[in-house]
Structures are given as C-alpha cells and as structure tokens.
Design a protein around this ligand. Structure first.
Ligand code: 3NM
Length: 206
C-alpha cells in the first residue's frame, strides 16, 4: 500500500452543523493522506452514499480511502480498502472478499499484532494509546509501552491511535510511532487544516 503519515477518521458527532465532506477536505489540505469512513450508526444506504462521496473527494487528491467494517460498501464504493476491528469479520475471510485491497485491523495487544501480520494485514492500528471517549467498546489504554513493543516486533506499517492530541503526540512519536491517527482532535478542531498542519510538523520534526 501507499505509505502514509497522518490518518483521519470521520466523526460527525464532533462537528455538528458542519459538512463532513468539507471537514475531510480541510483535513486533506492540512496534510492527511489517508481517510477512513467510520459510521456505525447510520442506515447502510446512508453509509454507502457517504462512502461514494468520500471516494470522489479522496480520488481528487490522491488520498487513500478506507471503509470501516463494511466490506460490501468498500467494494461498491471502490474504496482502497477496509478496516476491521477484532470483533469484525476474520481477516482471512475479508481477504477472500477484497482481494488485493488494503486490509487494516485494530490491535490492542502484541499477540493480536503478530497474528494480524502473519495473516497478511497491510497495516495495523495500535491503541488506544490513551483514554478516549470516541470509541464506545474500547479496551483500557495500551499506553506508549505497546507502541514501543510493536515498533520492535512488527514489520508491516502500524498507526498509533486513541486519545492522541497535539499536546501528547510527541510522546507517541518518541515511543516509535511514525504514523498517527486522531479523530476528535482533528475533526473537532475549529481549524481542521491548521491542526493537521501542526501534526505534520511534529511528524516531520521526529
Ligand atoms: N479505534 P480519538 S481508538 C476508532 O484503539 C478508534 O483501536 C481505537 O479517537 C483503537 O482520536 C479509536 O478521538 C478512537 O481518541 C480514537
């Protein structure tokens, strides 16, 4: 897969009254190079419509586009890939359905990371590094220790996620992360583009 540095995930609850596509375009203009549509609440027809709109936007900027959980929507919208949680469809089954598309999977312990790698995941999520209210069913924070562990043990790309803000991202980079994902800090910002630019500066200063 094309490598990436700054990963944004949709979170419409953080920007009431603002258009999701506008927010994501600002994120792209600020330096986000991969976007995930994560919408576990809307009816599937709506999720599909959002996926198609985001596909159009991301194609215009050559940004990677991932759909959370829904393999069928990822295929129909021609996303670049899917992102799975530990409780979603098994990776091996997803691989049969999506072929060479990107498969990412959330991991919360080194055993999950090693298994994902051995099963052919293209990248893994590593988190939640810190406490977050964004994901409802999330496990306890894995802390920077898990980032450090993965940085030493895993060859495929990994992205640190969960409670990452401009004020604590340096610690995550120090632990060995080279790719960062933030939801509330990016899409909840009153200056989405500026926030992304600030994350990029920190990633570049590493
Ligand atoms: N996945 P915020 S944590 C979507 O640990 C998601 O797998 C996580 O949101 C994981 O940047 C998370 O607002 C939410 O904390 C991240």
């Amino acid at each position: 897969m094309k490598d990436f540095r700054l990963y944004a995930i949709t979170g419409e609850q953080f920007h009431p009254g603002r258009d999701m596509l506008d927010v994501m375009e600002q994120a792209i203009l600020g330096g986000v190079d991969i976007i995930q549509l994560r919408d576990k609440k809307s009816p599937k027809a709506e999720v599909l419509a959002k996926a198609k709109a985001l596909r159009k936007l991301t194609s215009r900027y050559d940004v990677t586009f991932i759909v959370n959980d829904y393999v069928d929507i990822a295929l129909e919208a021609d996303a670049d890939g899917i992102h799975l949680g530990q409780g979603d469809m098994p990776l091996t089954e997803a691989r049969r359905l999506v072929g060479s598309k990107i498969i990412g999977i959330s991991t919360h312990a080194i055993e999950e990371a090693l298994l994902a790698e051995s099963q052919g995941a293209d990248y893994i999520g590593v988190g939640p590094v810190y406490r977050t209210a964004t994901k409802e069913d999330v496990v306890d924070p894995v802390t920077e220790a898990y980032v450090r562990e993965v940085a030493h043990a895993i060859q495929i790309p990994f992205v640190a996620i969960g409670g990452i803000k401009l004020h604590n991202v340096d610690q995550v980079l120090m632990a060995g992360a080279t790719r960062i994902c933030a939801v509330s800090e990016i899409v909840g910002s009153s200056n989405v583009k500026g926030t992304c630019e600030a994350f990029i500066s920190k990633l570049e200063a590493k």
